[in-house]
Ligand binder design. Structure first.
Ligand SMILES: Cc1cc2nc3c(=O)[nH]c(=O)nc-3n(C[C@H](O)[C@H](O)[C@H](O)COP(=O)(O)OP(=O)(O)OC[C@H]3O[C@@H](n4cnc5c(N)ncnc54)[C@H](O)[C@@H]3O)c2cc1C
Length: 480
């Protein structure tokens, strides 16, 4: 068995189970914020439908034609409200990021895509049926009449086509067939879809007619969503880039195909939260400047002077065209940033005890987290998983940190067993090891997991089987 306990446990003051938990408060506040966000989500949907109820819309149910039209209006209001919520989830608003994390926000954003599209399609079909019944036309003829005769309606049809293109290209099976840039470019059409859908919302029907409070509510919702996107997706990154003046200092080889990139900058103490968070980086060199790369910090920022001048470090594995070229970055290259994002940090802690599990390049944010997250000696376990020892990136640094901080370290190397779903190497799996074999106090720990998707899912499953609750599990995804 090459499962090794590498650190000797130091002279530990093992904190007792009952020791005060300094993370309890932040954890409770985070759960409360999550509940509030869920309430706001449902309130926003209820609010959209109340606009119509307050306008006497339910009276439409008195006739069959009116019923179809009424259902069509409700579907349209709910669908558009979902689209605005999706945009807010993708706007990288700090309170959402700090509460559920960037990846969970995007996961929810993705889940809303299909319901929003179905509601918008239902809106079009039901309105065509309702209006058609009232005018004695079949739905197709009514659809054509609406396109030709009603101002702004042709824009709404274009908007619908754009929404369909965005949702279809975002389906996992379709998305995987295209390069990231293609998917991203199509995804930007969402903004065009929303903009082209707006005119008919305000010019057709009486709900949002001039002078109504409903019109102001809906306008405020659209403007607030647009402002959040412009501020957090465009203005904030520009401000951060100019403010912190990051420049590549040096690129150091870590292992074949893996480099650490060190950058110097200004006021770094104001830039980063606690270790383990990620930024979206753009290296402003020919051919690279338009590639946005999410990379986690692999070390806590080092601060040199009182002005906050210091260095940041990321560790990058050559996983594609863009990341391969980063190994050749020249010192002095300017760097544009967005972030920090994510909850793979002390901000997610809820317990005294902590277990960190990393595989492959996913080990590097574990290194940053280990450096900074508070724990008493004996209260942390680090598990590194790689095919071979040379794939336990930054392994020496992690060993030294474990020694200094009193964490227990395991190296798990070797191939997976064939045909068995496990995150362990063959020899450990055969010996019947589980995640709890490496830390008997697993169930009372925060568990941080970072590594390839399928591997990480197996670790999370193992942790849940050992009694770890979902709010104790913190997982950084490296895929899109
Ligand atoms: C939160 C997070 C943290 C990450 N941290 C690290 C890390 O510390 N070290 C590391 O080596 N890798 C990390 N990754 C993975 C890394 O971002 C991708 O492997 C890398 O961007 C691939 O770029 P490429 O141009 O070589 O690949 P290609 O497949 O050629 O990608 C082309 C384009 O897609 C973009 N792209 C590719 N993958 C992603 C992605 N996951 N999210 C957004 N855009 C993407 C690229 O930036 C590029 O613009 C992280 C990913 C995420 C989501």
């Amino acid at each position: 068995m090459n499962t090794q306990l590498l650190t000797t446990r130091p002279e530990v003051r093992r904190s007792s189970r009952g020791a005060a938990n300094p993370f309890r408060g932040q954890h409770r506040r985070r759960l409360l914020r999550a509940d509030l966000l869920a309430v706001l989500f449902w309130a926003s949907l209820a609010g959209a439908i109340s606009l119509w109820l307050a306008d006497g819309g339910a009276a439409g149910f008195s006739t069959p034609a009116g019923s179809f039209t009424a259902l069509g209006i409700v579907a349209g209001l709910a669908g558009m409200d979902l689209v605005l919520l999706m945009l807010l989830l993708a706007a990288r608003i700090p309170v959402i990021d700090r509460t559920v994390g960037h990846d969970r926000a995007l996961e929810f954003h993705r889940k809303l895509g299909k319901p929003a599209l179905y509601l918008l399609l239902a809106h079009g079909v039901l309105i065509a049926i309702g209006y058609g019944m009232a005018e004695g036309l079949d739905p197709v003829s009514e659809g054509v009449a609406l396109w030709v005769l009603v101002p702004d309606m042709w824009l709404a049809y274009i908007s619908m086509l754009l929404f369909i293109a965005v949702v279809v290209t975002s389906l996992v099976a379709v998305r995987r067939r295209f390069p990231y840039e293609f998917w991203y470019a199509i995804h930007l059409l969402t903004y065009a879809a929303v903009l082209t859908s707006l005119p008919h919302q305000f010019s057709v029907g009486s709900l949002f007619a001039e002078g109504t409070w409903q019109r102001w509510y809906w306008l405020a919702l659209c403007i607030a969503t647009g402002a959040a996107l412009v501020y957090y997706r465009i203005a904030q990154p520009l401000i951060a880039t100019f403010r912190h003046q990051l420049t590549v200092k040096r690129v150091v080889g870590v292992a074949p195909g893996v480099v650490s990139i060190e950058m110097s900058g200004l006021r770094l103490d104001q830039l980063t939260g606690s270790g383990g968070r990620f930024f979206i980086w753009r290296f402003l060199a020919p051919g690279l400047w338009w590639h946005p790369h999410p990379f986690s910090l692999s070390a806590e920022p080092v601060r040199f002077d009182a002005a906050g001048q210091g260095t940041l470090r990321i560790t990058v594995r050559n996983l594609g065209r863009g990341s391969a070229r980063l190994a050749a970055l020249k010192p002095g290259t300017k760097v544009a940033i967005e972030g920090p994002y994510g909850l793979f940090s002390t901000a997610a802690r809820s317990r005294n005890h902590v277990v960190m599990v990393g595989a492959g390049i996913g080990i590097t944010p574990i290194r940053a987290l280990l450096e900074s997250t508070p724990f008493q000696p004996g209260n942390a376990t680090v598990i590194l998983r790689g095919h071979s020892e040379s794939e336990l990136y930054l392994g020496e640094e992690i060993l030294e940190l474990c020694r200094q901080r009193g964490a227990t370290l395991f190296h798990l190397t070797g191939p997976r067993p064939a045909g068995v779903r496990t995150w362990l190497p063959e020899h450990s799996a055969r010996a019947g090891h589980r995640l709890s074999s490496f830390d008997p106090r697993l169930a009372e720990a925060d568990v941080y997991v970072c590594g390839p998707g399928a591997w990480a899912r197996n670790v999370l499953e193992d942790a849940r089987a050992a009694g770890v609750r979902d709010d104790q599990l913190h997982y950084e995804r490296f895929d899109w």
